[in-house]
Design a protein around this ligand. Structure first.
Ligand SMILES: [Zn+2]
Length: 292
């Protein structure tokens, strides 16, 4: 396939060059040939030795974002806080990736219990030109629904159902804790669905790959980790909006469910969840890198 792509790209270059020179030098056939022939020879020489214009796609930088932190505890379970659970799973995921891929750079938006603005989380990923952004969170529902448990993985979208909007609203509301959030987010109101409509446009270019990864993550959670999956969903998450790369937000389980809270705080539970995310990442990486 690569050979064909090179050949097409080469033919395209010649055709474009020929056209440009022909138009420019329409009036003189001799002059046209004098310029055209050496130019074509030059293109042939260049493209024979170096496959220009084709970048081999490789996933070698990943940003892992542990949700919340510092003054923002996230959701609270019976005995644990979301910010601590998300950090432990983020660390474990990073550790497994580094152990298996020595050449992959793992970047954390935070690796301690500190507060990081949502906008900065996306900035860290963009500045590092990351290939993937994975945000890790824990879910919660009101007390009368505490039997609900399981995982769900989100990609950015404004076209969300009412239920998804509630999750996004909770995760977005952290910006109210940030200084100058009104200026920083230019009038963004986390309680308004209208605010989200424009926001999804930024992630549109990456939606296909985000969905691919999200689907693999939920599949792994069900097949290999034995979790109850609520599937892949779409909602307007502020932290995903600004990232310029495929991005997913994983709700690894419900801290509002006492049994699941124990699992999420268990060392082995954290290893299982991280391994599930890792296997999905591995599949995604190998699919994308071979599909060129
Ligand atoms: Zn969260």
């Amino acid at each position: 396939m690569n050979f064909l792509k090179h050949a097409f790209s080469f033919i395209e270059k010649i055709a474009i060059l020929h056209k440009v020179i022909s138009i420019t030098l329409k009036s003189s056939t001799n002059l046209r040939n004098i310029v055209l022939i050496p130019a074509l020879v030059l293109v042939i020489l260049c493209t024979s030795f170096k496959p220009t214009g084709i970048k081999v796609y490789k996933i070698d930088k990943i940003v892992i974002d542990a949700g919340h932190g510092g003054k923002d505890p996230g959701t609270q379970g019976g005995f644990s806080r979301e910010k601590d659970v998300s950090l432990k799973i983020a660390h474990e995921l990073g550790r497994i990736i580094k152990e298996n891929y020595k050449d992959i750079k793992v970047i954390y938006t935070r690796d301690t219990d500190k507060f990081v603005e949502l906008e900065n989380r996306a900035n860290i990923a963009n500045k590092n030109d990351a290939d993937l952004f994975i945000s890790i969170h824990c879910n919660a529902v009101p007390k009368n629904k505490e039997n609900i448990f399981g995982t769900e993985t989100y990609v950015m979208s404004a076209h969300a159902s009412e239920g998804n909007f509630e999750v996004a609203k909770r995760e977005n509301s952290v910006i109210l804790l940030e200084d100058n959030y009104k200026e920083r987010y230019e009038g963004f109101d986390p309680n308004s669905p209208e605010s989200l409509i424009l926001f999804s446009l930024y992630q549109n270019a990456y939606i296909e790959n985000s969905l691919k990864l999200a689907t693999k993550i939920e599949n792994q959670f069900v097949k290999r980790v034995g979790r109850n999956s609520h599937g892949v969903k779409q909602a307007g998450f502020w932290v995903l909006w600004r990232t310029a790369m495929p991005s997913v937000l994983i709700e690894v389980g419900f801290l509002s469910n006492p049994k699941e809270e124990r699992y999420l705080n268990d060392d082995l539970g954290q290893v299982y969840l991280s391994s599930g995310i890792f296997r999905a990442f591995k599949e995604y990486k190998s699919d994308l890198e071979s599909d060129q």
